[in-house]
Design a protein around this ligand. Sequence first.
Ligand code: COA
Ligand code: MG
Length: 282
Amino acid sequence: MHIVENLAAPRSWLFVPADSDKKVAKAIASDADAIIFDLEDSVSLERKQAARDLLKALGPRDGGPRWWVRINPLRTDHHKPDLEVFASADFEGVVLPKAESGADVVELSHTTGHLPIHAIVTETAASLFGLLSYREPSCPLTAMSWGAEDLSAALGATSKYDEDGGLSFTYRLARSLTLAGAVAAGVQPVDGVFADFRDEAGLTAEVRAAAREGFTGKLAIHPDQLAPINEAFTPSAADIAIAEELIAAFAANPSAGVLSINGRMLDRPHLIQAQALLARAR
Ligand code: COA
Ligand code: MG
């Protein structure tokens, strides 16, 4: 099991179609913590090779966002040629779409070796039954995220939404199981994309909810989404002060199981949350 450095876990993961010079240049200069050069769904079949060639000609990376590449799924025609890009440039890791279980991640690592892997784990019907299987030993998995678009297509849905406009139960289930599955595997839980990139208020509400629930990063599809995402996953000065106060109170009372601060009951789970928050503060 690979434990991801919480400090190093990217808050924002920005997708960019790898066949677009213009968008690639913009993504490299953006405030994303990580960018994901996409060779899969956002690149047409005719443009796959042009996208690979563009990635092979990149680099060397000079600061800014960390570079990841989303390859095509295992057992598809474009998968193997995609892997060639890792020979030439400064890529930190590989994003595997349509993963169905930990066995898929292990299979990928047989070719990619120690390269860190971020798996997208809810894009097929079968994938929903594999979310506890990512706890494989000695596997370089560092992050798991979920996706609703491919899942709804795979399930034959006509929409992801309820009549009230919220995500339907199936997608909320996929999201929660990704969170728990990632934490169980000791890797970063990453929330899925918010597709309506002009709706800043909607994104802000969704990413704050994700941060409250335990996600520590979110996929993005547009540069305008980076500021709300980075902000939501950055602990505020007030949150840091509260966490420090709590840790100091337990340190001053080493034999106490439970304490009260400002009229609140605080025990071990609160201490663990405070320690995790300080680890994320940058
Ligand atoms: N990365 C880098 N730059 C991006 C970008 C991205 N993901 N999305 C948009 N931009 C750039 C545009 O090229 C444009 O640049 P310009 O000002 O130099 O013309 C600027 O940001 C503003 O873009 P905008 O006009 O608001 O959007 P658009 O209509 O050009 O693009 C999308 C909309 C959805 C096509 C585009 O955001 C996109 O390609 N997103 C990524 C899609 C993807 O990778 N999907 C796979 C994962 S789900
Ligand atoms: Mg997809």
